[in-house]
Design a binder for this molecule. Structure first.
Ligand SMILES: Cc1ncc(COP(=O)(O)O)c(C=O)c1O
Length: 402
């Protein structure tokens, strides 16, 4: 049963109470959700906004990003990460990801600042050597539900006085063991601010569009509150140019109901991920399974495997009515939208190679064990199938002998 049917009564009662109050935008439901989500994410403040993209854009602007700045992120993310950078007037630049986690490679980030930037003594600004644009911030993306390696990223940011905005749109409730602080930290509580998306398919999803910024910086939170509401903190008193990026009361009420179940759903996802691991491991070696860093507790927004002949495997699975996805088929630096950045194939080889091989298998808390077994069976069949070039005969024998 989908969570919406399980929670039908509670969700409908949210709708009824908003209808009765006629307070559709903002109001007490939004405030209550903000308080609870801040607590869940172990951040001092949460500001509900219209989407994850709004959250990223408002966080960047509120943190002080200026038109013409450069913000460094990864090419292996959803385009909203870089759209928010461009919409804040800045220029996205990329560093490649780690081979095993698909998250920002902190070593390459360090190299980027050492080799591709210099400190302009006249202005005290860190400039990109090629574009001469001031590099002012980093967006690590916690992809697929696992946090990026935040300790070295934050160290680099401190060394160069850069802001850090976490893209936590896929990582509600994920955590990371900070060796610097000797404690576990939740996604959304490190750096200057974090952005969350509550798009329906996320671990915490609304019944429409929604997002939030979390931050420990009260001034930044206040600015995001203004930005989401036409620059006003009081009606018709505009302190800046802003946006229409508020959170609907109905969505906040729905998120409030679902937030109570989020930890349990995240645990179920982790159990399902372990089960996938075991089912695949006992059967074959031709698949690269997701890697959970020992410093991370992932919330498995997605369960992403890697296979050669990915496209054939995917179309075989589609024929078997198993729906899979690719996150993401074309890295951002090779998208036409960013042709102006002048990148070419080969610039970010880890991301490019991953894009050819990754495959997201079905992953949701209600995924039944029997269905999961069938998915694994069919992936193995796909790899063992004669129709798939480069098939491994050992795998085929293994599949047939089961
Ligand atoms: C990594 C990442 N960043 C940003 C976003 C943007 O969120 P939204 O779709 O709510 O604007 C998403 C959502 O898909 C995402 O996955």
């Amino acid at each position: 049963m989908t969570p919406h049917l399980e929670l039908e009564e509670e969700l409908v009662s949210v709708f009824r109470s908003v209808l009765e109050s006629a307070g559709f935008v903002g109001g007490p439901m939004v405030e209550k959700f903000e308080k609870d989500f801040a607590q869940f994410s172990e951040a001092d403040n949460c500001v509900g906004v219209g989407s994850g993209t709004d959250a990223l854009r408002f966080a960047l602007i509120a943190a002080g990003v200026q038109p013409g700045d450069t913000i460094v992120t990864v090419p292996n993310t959803f385009i909203a990460t870089t759209e928010a950078i461009s919409q804040a007037g800045a220029r996205p630049d990329f560093v490649d990801v780690e081979e095993r986690t698909y998250n920002m490679d902190a070593r390459k980030l360090g190299e980027y600042f050492e080799t591709r930037c210099f400190l302009d003594r006249a202005t005290g600004k860190l400039l990109n050597r090629t574009t001469l644009s001031p590099v002012t911030g980093i967006i690590p993306v916690h992809l697929f539900g696992q946090m990026a390696d935040m300790d070295p990223i934050l160290e680099i940011a401190e060394r160069h006085k850069l802001l850090v905005i976490e893209d936590a749109c896929q990582a509600h409730g994920a955590s990371y063991f900070s060796r610097r602080e000797n404690r576990w930290k939740k996604a959304g509580s490190s750096g200057d601010a974090a952005a969350f998306s509550f798009y329906p398919g996320k671990n915490l999803g609304a019944c429409g569009e929604a997002g939030a910024v979390t931050t420990n910086n009260a001034t930044l939170a206040r600015t995001v509150r203004m930005l989401r509401d036409h620059g006003q903190i009081k009606k018709y008193c505009h302190e800046m140019d802003g946006y229409n990026g508020r959170l609907d009361a109905i969505q906040a009420g729905i998120l409030q109901v679902k937030l109570r179940h989020l930890s349990e759903w995240n645990e179920k996802r982790a159990v399902i991920a372990r089960r996938y691991d075991e089912l695949f491991r006992s059967r074959m070696h031709g698949i690269v399974l997701p890697h959970q860093s020992p410093q991370c507790k992932a919330v498995y927004h997605l369960y992403v495997i890697r296979v050669k002949n990915r496209d054939q495997v995917q179309s075989y699975l589609t024929q078997q009515n198993i729906s899979t996805q690719i996150h993401y088929p074309t890295p951002l630096h090779l998208q036409r939208a960013y042709a102006n950045l002048g990148h070419k194939k080969g610039d970010f080889p880890v991301t490019e190679k991953a894009a050819e091989e990754i495959l997201s298998l079905p992953m949701y808390p209600q995924l039944e064990q029997s269905h999961q077994k069938r998915i694994v069976e069919e992936v193995i069949n796909a790899l063992a199938d004669e129709a798939v070039p480069g098939r491994n005969p050992d795998l085929r024998r293994a599949a047939m002998s089961q």
